[in-house]
Design a protein around this ligand. Structure first.
Ligand SMILES: Nc1nc2c(c(=O)[nH]1)N[C@H]1C(S)=C(S)[C@@H](COP(=O)(O)O)O[C@H]1N2
Ligand SMILES: [Mo]
Length: 386
């Protein structure tokens, strides 16, 4: 019995696998990946700021916008990646040039970079999505892995773009050859969907994913945010809770509770004494790295006022210490620009009422242009760092 010949690239004659289609979808995917990478890099630098870098505390809602874009571009990249893979999969059946020549080397480099690119990107989008669900079914640390993969993707993408540049340039603009039906001779089953139809379907799929996920940071889209694990306005006091007091092992405060600030002078306040200090109001969002963000009204004491009370010079760096024991978020640092910003508060009240325990009662940090992870809850000590 004679086995049928294995498929080759020529076995997939549909015009939908044409380089022009790959170029158009590749452009959209490239844009989504670029936005996702840059906003992710910003988020990383916020959380791990190198000594030479100063991040400004304004615009106050900048991080809300960048993180919203990060989640949005990452979500939209999923259907775009699938479409791109579908367009180019016949390449899997292309013959490797043999015996090896210069050309073979380019081909191997090209295939290798695509293998790295596709697997890293798929893993990146998958882990990122699970992170919005706060589900970590793997043994490696999410943040570091997500960050390292991002650089692998950028490297592989640059190789891919360099190798494909001639093809991309040749198909960047629509040519007359693109609009003439390539395959008049093909059976209708193969040409059933036109190129324009395919591109519209992909664009529609991307838009649908975008619209149904963006509601986690844009409240107007809340009602249709079926892909959003959390709605921005659902939670105690109209604000979601990422980690409850119970999860953090915080049970509230006893009668002896004191808030302390250690600087040139060491000060200690009861909760009532804190309430009697000058109170200020800030309208600021919590913008969670896990995707949701929501604006709120906060009232409390300006950190810069606390610094001057304890005799610390303006522009001091401040370490924030939570009553939570251990865990990544039990402490944070306010760089000088943030500690000095008049919007940055030791907040005691949220949306017109005392903080709920899950929102950090009795006191928490709220600062402009910062990731939610750094808006430390259940604060009982500030330490001025020289
Ligand atoms: N001590 C402490 N502070 C914390 C956290 C935490 O787990 N422990 N979670 C952070 C995260 S990830 C976010 S998004 C915000 C959420 O604040 P909320 O629960 O009041 O909305 O709190 C931050 N502050
Ligand atoms: Mo968060």
């Amino acid at each position: 019995m004679k086995l049928p010949a294995p498929p080759t690239e020529k076995s997939f004659p549909s015009p939908l696998h044409h380089p022009r289609v790959a170029t158009v979808i590749g452009r959209w995917l490239g844009l989504a990946v670029a936005i996702c990478f840059l906003t992710g890099l910003f988020s990383h630098l916020q959380q791990d700021t190198p000594g030479w870098l100063t991040i400004p505390s304004r615009p106050a809602s900048l991080y809300r916008v960048t993180q919203g874009l990060h989640i949005l571009s990452g979500s939209v990249a999923v259907p775009l990646l699938l479409a791109k893979l579908w367009t180019v999969y016949p390449k899997l059946f292309a013959k490797l040039p043999w015996p090896p020549s210069r050309k073979a080397l380019t081909t191997i480099l090209e295939r290798g970079s695509i293998l790295v690119l596709v697997s890293a990107l798929a893993l990146e989008l998958f882990t990122g999505f699970l992170n919005t669900l706060q589900w970590y079914p793997w043994p490696f640390p999410f943040k570091q892995t997500h960050y390292a993969l991002a650089w692998i993707i950028v490297g592989a993408l640059l190789v891919h773009l360099a190798v494909k540049l001639p093809l991309i340039l040749a198909h960047w603009r629509r040519t007359p050859a693109d609009s003439t039906p390539v395959a008049d001779s093909l059976p209708p089953a193969i040409t059933g969907l036109t190129r324009r139809g395919l591109l519209r379907t992909v664009a529609g799929g991307g838009a649908l994913v975008g619209i149904t996920s963006v509601g986690q940071s844009v409240p107007a889209f809340g009602p249709v945010a079926v892909l959003a694990p959390r709605k921005p306005n659902v939670g105690p006091q109209g604000l979601p809770v990422n980690r409850t007091a119970k999860d953090a092992g915080v049970t509230g405060i006893g009668a002896n509770w004191r808030f302390t600030i250690t600087g040139p002078r060491k000060l200690s306040y009861t909760l009532d004494e804190l309430r009697n200090l000058e109170q200020n109001r800030s309208d600021l969002p919590i913008a969670c790295v896990e995707g949701w963000s929501q604006g709120a009204h906060w009232e409390g004491i300006r950190i810069r006022d606390l610094l001057s009370l304890c005799g610390a010079p303006p522009g001091s760096r401040v370490r924030v210490v939570s009553m939570e024991k251990g865990g990544f978020y039990a402490t944070s640092e306010l760089p000088p620009e943030f500690a000095d910003d008049p919007l940055t508060l030791l907040a005691l009240r949220l949306n017109g009422a005392e903080l709920a325990l899950d929102h950090g009662f009795p006191a928490r940090i709220i600062a402009p242009n910062r990731p939610g992870v750094l808006q430390t809850k259940w604060v009982h000590r500030l330490e001025v760092i020289a």
